[in-house]
Design a protein around this ligand. Structure first.
Ligand code: NAP
Length: 318
């Protein structure tokens, strides 16, 4: 085979992938990053490309926009010596070394791989929800909640994330309406009780959000709720809609090759980024459904690069 064998290929270019690039480049590993098109979108850079202001990434006294933050990650990765390829990976073969990665019809070979393909937030699927994303519709209370301080908001979902987001938002907003499609919650009892006992949270069970208005004004003014038992549809005024109906990890490429948890997230050995395949590491949201923050993703990206470097030193000392 005539293709060059790379020390490390990093798949994905969110905070995890680009931090792995920075560390791998500084360790003289000449990393190749296949950026991918963000979480189902049209641009590289991960989920932060779809957020507005980021106020919780350490080091920035003033808020920075998601795209600007990712441009800085990317610039730093490139400046340190990362080669970036803007393409989606189509296929991988991790059954033998060197590992094989195909992107845009091109085959790339690597001694180690860092998977940082991330996850995609699930949305309800309403036309106006799409139009009002980042204009009042959000899938991350920790990221966007402070922008809704003093305003009334609606949270959709019945899992731990919905409980956590509703409770978090209740610390900022005078009223939070939690809308869930069933009478029972999927969330753990302790988190449901915490939300139930919060006087600022009202629960609407067996309800669905069937529309969000007002796309013509470019902001959220109202959600249309449907009582799933009576069939009644009515309007509720609010300025923010937080959709907390789960995330989908982007792991399809690795199905049958890397071990996954029941919920589809990649398995790593506790306290490490090592997958079940020696030389393949996973970082960021693709293996984390609990913290899901840019800063934690960046932290595990750093870990993955350090582990890849150590793995190469032990297994491929040339
Ligand atoms: P989840 O447990 O999958 O819950 C998703 C919720 O969204 C469910 O209540 C589901 O309703 C609802 N839903 C799904 N699709 C919907 C749709 N199209 N329209 C309306 N509602 C819809 O997801 P999650 O809450 O994000 O939690 C993911 C994992 O992270 C879980 O394992 C959770 O325990 C964990 N987590 C843990 C913590 C913590 O411990 N601090 C915090 C957050 C998350 P149904 O119930 O009817 O299916």
């Amino acid at each position: 085979m005539s293709e060059k064998i790379r020390n490390v290929i990093i798949i994905g270019s969110g905070p995890a992938g680009l931090t792995a690039c920075i560390y791998a480049a500084r360790a003289n590993l000449s990393p190749l990053c296949i950026e991918g098109f963000s979480a189902g979108g049209l641009i590289p850079g991960g989920q932060l490309m779809f957020t507005t202001e980021v106020e919780n990434y350490p080091g920035f006294v003033e808020p920075i926009t998601g795209p600007e933050l990712m441009a800085r990650f990317r610039g730093q990765a490139e400046r340190q010596g990362t080669e970036l390829v803007t393409a989606d990976v189509d296929k991988v073969d991790l059954s033998a070394r060197p590992f094989k990665v195909w992107a845009d019809g091109q085959l790339y070979l690597a001694k180690t791989i860092i998977v940082s393909t991330g996850a995609r937030a699930n949305y309800i699927g309403l036309e106006n929800e799409e139009k009002l994303k980042n204009r009042g519709v959000s899938a991350c209370a920790v990221c966007d909640g402070p922008l809704f301080k003093g305003r009334n908001v609606v949270v959709v979902g019945g899992g731990d994330t919905a409980m956590e987001e509703a409770t978090y938002l209740a610390g900022l907003c005078p009223s939070v309406t939690l809308v869930h499609r069933r009478d029972e919650f999927r969330a753990s009892k302790v988190m449901v009780d915490r939300a139930r006992n919060n006087p600022r949270i009202t629960m609407k069970l067996s309800h669905a959000v069937v529309d969000v208005l007002d796309a013509s004004l470019g902001k959220v003014t109202t959600v249309m709720l449907k009582d799933l038992k009576s069939g009644e549809v009515y309007a509720q005024a609010c300025e923010g809609l937080f959709v907390a109906i789960g995330h989908t990890p982007l792991t399809e490429l690795f199905r049958g090759q890397l071990d996954v948890h029941e919920n589809g997230y990649l398995k790593v050995k506790p306290g490490t980024t090592s997958t079940n395949v020696p030389g393949v590491f996973a970082a960021g949201d693709v293996s984390d459904w609990v913290y899901r923050q840019a800063v934690t993703a960046a932290g595990t990206g750093c870990m993955a690069a350090l582990e890849a470097e150590r793995w190469l030193a032990a297994n491929d000392p040339h």
